[in-house]
Design a binder for this molecule. Structure first.
Ligand SMILES: O=C(O)c1cc(=O)[nH]c(=O)n1[C@@H]1O[C@H](COP(=O)(O)O)[C@@H](O)[C@H]1O
Length: 272
C-alpha cells in the first residue's frame, strides 16, 4: 500500500522544515529574471525553481493561472514542471482553487488527483463556495489516490474577510469531520492566510495541515506565522512566492533562510 498524503507531508515537514515555495511565473517575474514572457520563458523559470528549491522546500506550489495564460503550451510546461518536482522529491500542491457541483468536481478530481493524469499533484487547492459537501467526491478521490486537498477557509487577502467570516466555521468543521480517524494527518488541509490579524476560527482539532500563504509580498513575517499558528505549530506550512522568487541568484538562500526562521520561531526541528 502507498503512503497517504498526510504521512508523506509529515515526513517531508520533519525532514525539511516548514515552508512551501510557490512557483508564480508572472510577466513581472519573468522580466525580472531576463526571460521572455513565452512558454519557453515559463519553462526556464520553472526548471530553475525546481533546481533551486526542490531539495530544501518541503512543498512546492505551482500557480496554475500563470501556465493557463499560455493555453495548451503553458499546460504542457505545467505538466513537465509537476513531473520535475516529483523527480526532485518535493511534494507538489497545485494551486487551482477549483470548486463546482459534484459531477464537475469529479472531472476536476480526475484531472488533478487521479494518479494516471499528467497533471496529477500530491494535493490541490479547492474552493468551498458551492458548499463543503460539493467537495466530497474530490476528497474521496484524494483518499483513493493517496493525495490531499487544501480548502480555502480564511484567505490571505483582506477583502475576503466579510464573506469568509460567515462560512469559515463550516469549512473548518467539514474538514475536521473528513479527517477523523486518519493518522498522522487526514487528507483535508485548510488555507488560512499568514496575514490574518487573528485566527477567528480555530483549527486546533483539524488533524490536518494548514497552508498559510502571505509571507513576504503580502506583508506577513515568520513572527506572524508563529503568533497565529503557535497552537498548531506542527501542522502549519507557511507559503511564499514573490519574496523568494524576486531574485534568481538568491532564491535558494532566501528559501533556506525563511524556512529556518519559520522553524525556529515555531519551535519545530528539521532533520536536515
Ligand atoms: O491558495 C493559495 O495558495 C493562496 C491562498 C491565499 O489565501 N492567498 C494567496 O495568496 N494564495 C496564493 O499564494 C500565492 C501568493 O504569492 P505571494 O504573495 O507572491 O507570496 C499566489 O499564488 C496566490 O494565488
Amino acid at each position: 500500500m502507498n503512503e497517504s498524503f498526510g504521512a508523506r507531508l509529515r515526513a517531508r515537514l520533519d525532514a525539511c522544515g516548514p515552508l512551501c515555495v510557490g512557483i508564480d511565473p508572472s510577466p513581472a517575474l519573468l522580466s525580472a529574471w531576463g526571460l521572455d514572457d513565452s512558454p519557453l520563458g515559463l519553462e526556464r523559470f520553472s526548471r530553475s525553481v525546481v533546481e533551486a528549491v526542490g531539495d530544501v522546500a518541503a512543498v512546492v506550489k505551482p500557480q496554475s493561472a500563470f501556465y493557463e495564460r499560455w493555453g495548451s503550451r503553458g499546460i504542457a510546461v505545467l505538466e513537465r514542471t509537476i513531473a520535475a518536482l516529483r523527480e526532485a522529491g518535493t511534494l507538489v500542491v497545485l494551486d487551482v482553487k477549483r470548486g463546482d457541483i459534484d459531477s464537475t468536481m469529479a472531472a476536476y478530481a480526475e484531472a488533478y488527483l487521479d494518479r494516471g493524469s499528467p497533471l496529477a499533484a500530491d494535493a490541490v487547492t479547492l474552493s468551498p463556495y458551492l458548499g463543503f459537501e460539493s467537495l466530497a467526491g474530490a476528497i474521496a478521490s484524494a483518499v483513493a489516490n493517496d493525495a490531499g486537498v487544501f480548502v480555502l477557509a480564511r484567505t490571505s487577502n483582506p477583502e475576503a474577510a466579510p464573506l469568509q467570516r460567515l462560512v469559515a466555521d463550516q469549512v473548518v468543521a467539514g474538514a475536521t469531520a473528513a479527517n477523523k480517524g486518519h493518522f498522522p494527518f487526514g487528507p483535508v488541509g485548510l488555507v488560512m492566510g499568514a496575514t490574518l490579524p487573528e485566527l477567528e476560527h480555530s483549527p486546533a482539532d483539524l488533524n490536518g495541515p494548514i497552508l498559510a500563504p502571505g509571507l513576504g509580498a503580502q506583508g506577513a513575517t515568520p513572527a506572524d506565522v508563529a503568533r497565529l499558528f503557535g497552537p498548531v505549530r506542527h501542522a502549519v506550512v507557511p507559503s511564499v512566492s514573490r519574496a523568494v522568487l524576486a531574485d534568481p541568484k538568491r532564491l535558494r538562500s532566501r528559501t533556506i533562510t525563511l524556512r529556518d526562521e519559520c522553524a525556529a520561531l515555531l519551535g519545530v526541528v528539521a532533520q536536515k
